[in-house]
Design a protein around this ligand. Structure first.
Ligand code: PLP
Length: 429
């Protein structure tokens, strides 16, 4: 499989942009090598600039639950573009997207549209601090909430991969208001609140973690998240940027039966265009400017192209829900991965919720960052390159979940499992 043109493109990009990319996870640094440059996407497939085809399990890191270039979304964006790309004035389509979100996500009574997941979490944290008059925020190690300073402490995703839990440039003062706990540790949460409860504005968490690989919450942990912060007058922020419309149409909160005060969304909600959203209890959302006093704005927020993509995606998911089919395909894929790893004799554990999953090269179940950080990432790297050369595009890090989309079919899954069996046998040698 020749990747000459990707190589040339990367050389040029590196002279122009730091590391040659506009988001670090794309650089393949964690698996040692150079990234593939993409020409286009078609359904479940990516085609690179050298003409190689890959079965894609990343889906642009989450948004593309309908696969690449689905005609419902492309047509809606093209239609919207003919009427203009931005007005800086309200449009009816924004209410349509807001209503779809509110109808879908159980705890969201009002919503504000922004341009990314990072903007959503940053704004939700500001609102929580304003509403409670407190500064402290609790997050969990390995959970990623975007690159806002106050949450870029012990973050997962490329931050975990690059071992920069605290980025240079995040001040000690900012980090001091962020408390970090291990995921799935209800006793730790209780102890922290017992000591610092009156300083804490909110707890933010991934309801199913995607950003240290897929990590599943325990029932005890979820129960503590719903009870402990509230007992101390703090809010619960459920970061559903990855899980929203992914693990169920109503997100993880619907699937797991939890009711946060605020919810952040992104990825699928924009159908592959830049959209984020935060929403929740109406009494809290009414505190956002101009209804209330908490400042938050955006020149391109509610952008007509992005809104059209979001509306088209959510309507497609609502009217013809793919979730049962995604579950069946994902069960089949997960079983195949486990079988292949077992046959190859590789210590492993697999975590899956709906169409999100991770094969960890770790003999123990992974429930926290403390355990996730003990994975054999060299083994993952060899697995990744073996799969790429077999035409399957997996996340270029052990600490990213992978996704099945509605464009995958059973033949794709079976072909993947066959390739995994060959590659893992090779990795085990
Ligand atoms: C991707 C992600 C973010 C950040 O979203 P961006 O659009 O990349 O800013 C925040 N939280 C979670 C859980 C995510 O997966």
């Amino acid at each position: 499989m020749s990747r000459d043109r990707s190589q040339t493109a990367f050389q040029q990009a590196r002279r122009l942009m730091p590391g040659g990319v506009n988001s670090p996870a794309r650089a393949f640094g964690a698996v040692g090598g150079e990234p593939v440059f993409i020409d286009r996407g078609e359904g479940a497939y990516l085609i690179d600039v050298d003409g190689n085809r890959y079965l894609d399990y990343i889906g642009s890191w989450g948004p593309l639950i309908l696969g690449h270039a689905p005609s419902v979304v492309i047509d809606a964006v093209a239609q919207a573009a003919t009427r203009g790309t931005s007005f800086g004035a309200p449009t009816e389509a924004e209410s349509e997207l807001a209503e779809l979100i509110i109808d879908a996500v159980p705890s969201v009574e009002m919503v504000r549209l922004v341009n990314s997941g990072t903007e959503a979490t940053m704004s939700a944290v500001r609102l929580a601090r304003a509403a409670t008059g407190r500064a402290g925020i609790v997050k969990f190690a390995g959970n990623y909430h975007g690159h806002v300073d106050s949450l870029l402490v012990a973050a997962g995703s490329s931050a975990a991969t690059l071992s920069v839990p605290n980025s240079p440039g995040v001040t000690g003062g900012t980090a001091a208001d962020t408390f970090v706990l291990e995921y799935n540790d209800p006793a730790g949460l209780e102890a922290l609140f017992a000591e610092h409860g009156e300083r804490i504005a909110a707890v933010i968490f991934e309801p199913v973690v995607g950003n240290m690989g897929c990590v599943v919450p325990t029932a005890e942990f979820l129960a503590a998240l719903e009870s402990v912060p509230r007992a101390h007058g703090a809010l619960l922020i459920c970061d559903e940027v990855m899980t929203g419309f992914r693990v169920a149409y109503g997100g993880a909160q619907q699937r797991l039966g939890i009711r946060p005060d605020l919810t952040t969304l992104g990825k699928i909600v924009g159908g592959g265009l830049p959209v984020g959203a935060y929403g929740g209890r109406a009494d809290l959302m009414q505190q956002v400017l101009p209804a209330g006093e908490v400042f938050q704005a955006g020149t391109l927020s509610g952008n007509p192209l992005a809104t059209a993509a979001g509306v088209a995606t959510l309507r497609a998911l609502r009217d013809d829900p793919p979730y049962d089919r995604l579950e069946a395909l994902s069960v089949r894929l997960a079983a195949g991965l486990e079988q292949a790893a077992t046959t190859a004799g590789l210590p492993h554990t697999l975590a899956r919720v709906g169409s999100m999953m991770t094969l960890f090269f770790n003999p123990e179940p992974v429930t926290s960052w403390a355990q996730a950080s003990r994975c054999d990432t060299d083994q993952y790297g060899r697995y990744f390159w073996g799969m790429l050369d077999s035409g399957v595009y997996l996340p270029c890090s052990q600490y990213e979940a992978f996704f099945v989309s509605a464009a995958h079919d059973q033949g794709d899954i079976d072909r993947t499992v066959e390739a995994v069996s060959v590659v893992l046998a090779e990795v085990a040698k």
